[in-house]
Design a protein around this ligand. Structure first.
Ligand SMILES: NC(=O)c1ccc[n+]([C@@H]2O[C@H](COP(=O)([O-])OP(=O)(O)OC[C@H]3O[C@@H](n4cnc5c(N)ncnc54)[C@H](OP(=O)(O)O)[C@@H]3O)[C@@H](O)[C@H]2O)c1
Length: 341
């Protein structure tokens, strides 16, 4: 019997790091065709929810969408910072009011996610774009399991965004997504890469399950390697290196282009529809150069993607036929959002 591989070997790690170094050295050359900032069309008819808009890439995405006229909902855990940002943006527009509001969302609590979605849905207003931007990379931290019991990278980067997405409509080890078995030694890098790969796989299945008539496009994007607060936990020496190579590292404004492109470019629906009729494996993925690209080989594993899909729905407390039921307009019960703390 062939023994199932439990983790990446050193060759895969080496290839991975070579890939990151190549991306860092050449990302600016490969995106030299793009304007900075990306030119956006008037977006007055668009309502967008953007998570994690208090810093980095999310802050840029929210500001630029709002300045192009969109109604932007800043979904954040720190309302004070978000309100201060809105004041800053409005004053730099000579007091012109931008159509931005703040709503509270803490991705470390699945109850908070459901509460947020219910509050939004109760308004019965259309939502055109949901940008699941918020994320963490707690470099060098020990493994943490906040109150819902899930590893924190998996929860913030994958489970909570998956639950939020469901309300609107590698080497991932599906037996051990929460990295609790001890089979793989935990590191924050493992937690981060695991959560991001799970997010791509889940999105691929969601993309395939949603019929074209639903009018919902699911897209993953890469911002590139961007100088933001995500590096706040890096060792001092690595942070210093970040400052020494400013030419290679993107600014948040440059890093926001792929998400803004995916949210607003008219060609996106065409690309999306063509992927719908493609055979598996399929990943709808936009690169930092704002063109369709293929994520890692692992992300294309159909079998693992379906396991990640099933396991994610189980973890976020939804039935396995949730999408089909939502499309038919039937009620779907979620385990979260009913707890009284
Ligand atoms: N920077 C890069 O090179 C890079 C590369 C690839 C992918 N990304 C991805 O890009 C996204 C944005 O990252 P960034 O680089 O802009 O990092 P950042 O500056 O650290 O911003 C992260 C945002 O996520 C929010 N957030 C974190 N935990 C949250 C929680 N529990 N609930 C609600 N919001 C939470 C933060 O809010 P607080 O202010 O409250 O902490 C902040 O607004 C992430 O998903 C990251 O993985 C970044």
């Amino acid at each position: 019997m062939v023994k199932k591989k439990q983790a990446l070997g050193w060759i895969e790690w080496l290839i991975g790091w070579m890939h990151v170094t190549y991306e860092l050295l050449f990302q600016r050359t490969k995106t030299s065709h793009l304007q900075n900032p990306l030119e956006l069309p008037p977006l007055n008819d668009l309502t967008c929810i953007v998570t994690g808009t208090t810093s980095g890439i999310g802050k840029e995405i929210a500001r630029q969408l709002a300045e192009a006229g969109a109604h932007v909902v800043m979904a954040v855990r720190n309302r004070k910072t978000a309100n201060e940002l809105i004041d800053q943006w409005c004053s730099s527009w000579a007091g012109i009011l931008l159509n931005v509001e703040v709503m509270e969302l803490d991705l470390l609590s699945l109850d908070s996610v459901v509460g947020f979605a219910n509050t939004w849905n109760a308004r019965l207003k259309p939502l055109h774009v949901l940008i699941n931007n918020a994320g963490i990379f707690s470099i060098g931290e020990t493994q943490k399991f906040p109150k819902d019991g899930f590893e924190e990278h998996l929860q913030v980067n994958h489970l909570a965004p998956a639950l939020l997405s469901m309300h609107y409509v590698g080497f991932v080890d599906t037996e051990d997504m929460n990295t609790v078995s001890g089979k793989r030694k935990y590191s924050s890098l493992l937690g981060y890469t695991n959560s991001k790969l799970a997010q791509v796989m889940f999105s691929s299945v969601l993309h395939k399950r949603l019929p074209v008539e639903s009018g919902v496009n699911v897209m993953c994007v890469s911002p590139g390697i961007v100088h933001t607060n995500v590096a706040r936990d890096l060792p001092r020496i690595v942070q210093a290196a970040y400052h020494l190579i400013p030419y290679f590292v993107f600014s948040p404004q440059e890093g926001s282009r792929s998400a803004l492109f995916a949210a607003t470019d008219p060609q996106i629906s065409e690309y999306y529809e063509s992927l719908k009729i493609d055979e598996w494996p399929v990943c709808s993925f936009i690169s930092q150069g704002c063109h369709p690209t293929n994520p890692s080989k692992e992300a294309h594993s159909v079998e693992t993607s379906f396991k990640v899909w099933e396991k994610t729905l189980e973890m976020i407390g939804l039935p396995s036929d949730a999408v089909e039921r939502l499309i038919e307009g039937k009620e779907v019960r979620c385990r979260y959002g009913t707890r009284k703390d």
